[in-house]
Write a protein that binds this ligand. Structure first.
Ligand SMILES: *Cc1c(COP(=O)(O)O)cnc(C)c1O
Ligand SMILES: [Zn+2]
Length: 386
């Protein structure tokens, strides 16, 4: 059922076996990317027959890593709409503005896509107990998918994360460990626990398959535009899986012969209080560096260090995109602007893309007729700090 062939190190490009548990490249300690036999898929898979399948992540199952469909752990994630946003567009002088609404996912955020893929594949490869460090939403998603799979999960989360997300974890019966500090501190605790107890650590990009779930957003954008791509994608960037995943998807789609022509400019939006990717991008650096004293209301953007730093910067540069910061005040105003104009109650992270869009419009970086897609990565209903 899957065309998965092997894993490839994103840095040294060595091939690694895919049918056993893997995390980072053993030599580089950098992310591994799943590779598929796309030549065979191109000959056998009919893009135009896909709409006959249910509109979920798993519509694209041959391009996801799970070999036996019995191992799929699903809550109906994926298949979310690309909504035209004419009233918001009008306010900003843009004629073709769209919002990909991932706030409609189970668990209220797009973390569901990555965790459905990663948990399913890990279960297939024999994992019986999971651990994750999280800023919030990834923990809620792991707790939910682990419950759905009937296996235990351990969630390391900053003590000041949204209360509603803490409750989302607790209600599943998962083990919630509140940590003093940020996601990076939670990461140290999770890694130590994984080593001590043999739990499988599904940290962002430290195993190869959360990325595969998130890449499907790129497939869905292409399908929504009838197998063309928009000119600009604006993405609220933390660990970067969506950014990197969609860029990977566009390369796969071209190899499949499902899309032709130019790819979008990819834009990363971060908070002024935590902007390692924006800083490295404008400095011309190849790697991000640790952001001290990270602080922002957008929990998903409070990521001071990411193992995918290089890949994010490559994506922004190859796509001729850019990177911008916004303040927490701008996000708060943008959250209201979006809800008032379009009826979409997005979390602070997605509000950041609206604020970033305003900055790009003011700076003359966008053209009025470009098709621009913002990502609502998570619902405002998961927020109880305002
Ligand atoms: C995790 C998260 C992000 C950041 O996503 P990455 O793909 O890790 O960059 C953005 N928004 C929300 C709502 C999140 O939960
Ligand atoms: Zn390597």
């Amino acid at each position: 059922m899957s065309y998965l062939t092997h894993l490839e190190c994103s840095h040294c490009h060595q091939q690694i076996a895919a049918d056993q548990l893997q995390r980072l490249c053993p030599d580089c300690q950098l992310p591994l990317l799943a590779r598929y036999d796309l030549t065979r898929a191109r000959g056998e898979l009919d893009r135009d027959a896909l709409p006959n399948r249910p509109a979920t992540l798993w519509r694209y199952r041959e391009l996801l890593p799970v070999r036996d469909p019995h191992h799929i752990i699903s809550l109906g994630e994926g298949g979310n709409p690309v909504l035209h946003a004419p009233r918001l567009g009008n306010l900003l002088g843009l004629n073709q503005l769209f919002i990909k609404d991932e706030g409609q996912n189970p668990t209220g955020s797009f973390k569901a896509l990555g965790l459905s893929a990663a948990v399913s594949r890990a279960i297939e490869l024999g994992v019986q107990e999971f651990v994750i460090p999280t800023a919030g939403n990834a923990g809620g998603a792991l707790a939910s998918y682990a419950a759905r799979a009937g296996v235990p999960a351990h969630i390391f989360m900053p003590r000041d994360a949204q209360r509603i997300i803490q409750q989302e974890v607790r209600v599943t019966g998962a083990d919630l460990q509140l940590v003093d500090g940020l996601i990076t501190d939670a990461g140290r605790h999770a890694a130590a626990a994984a080593a001590e107890f043999g739990w499988f650590d599904v940290s962002t990009l430290k195993e190869p398959y959360r990325l595969e779930g998130k890449k499907i957003m790129g497939y869905e954008v292409a399908a929504a535009f009838d197998w063309t791509l928009p000119e600009v994608i604006i993405y609220p960037t933390g660990g970067g899986t969506g950014l990197i995943g969609m860029w990977k998807a566009f390369a796969e789609l071209a190899q499949l012969g499902w899309i032709h022509g130019p790819r979008p400019k990819m834009v990363a939006v971060q908070s002024e209080g935590c902007a390692p990717v924006v800083k490295a991008f404008h400095e011309g650096a190849e790697e991000t560096s640790f952001w001290d004293n990270a602080t922002t209301l957008a929990g998903g953007l409070r990521v001071p260090a990411a193992v995918g730093g290089r890949l994010m910067l490559q994506t922004l540069r190859e796509s001729q995109g850019t990177a911008v910061t916004v303040s927490d005040q701008e996000m708060q105003a943008a959250q209201k602007l979006l809800a008032g104009a379009e009826g979409i109650f997005a979390g602070m992270e997605a509000a950041a893309t609206v604020a970033g869009l305003q900055t790009l419009v003011e700076g003359g970086w966008l053209e009025p007729d470009q098709r621009i897609v913002l990502f609502n990565t998570g619902s405002g209903l998961k927020q109880d700090h305002f």
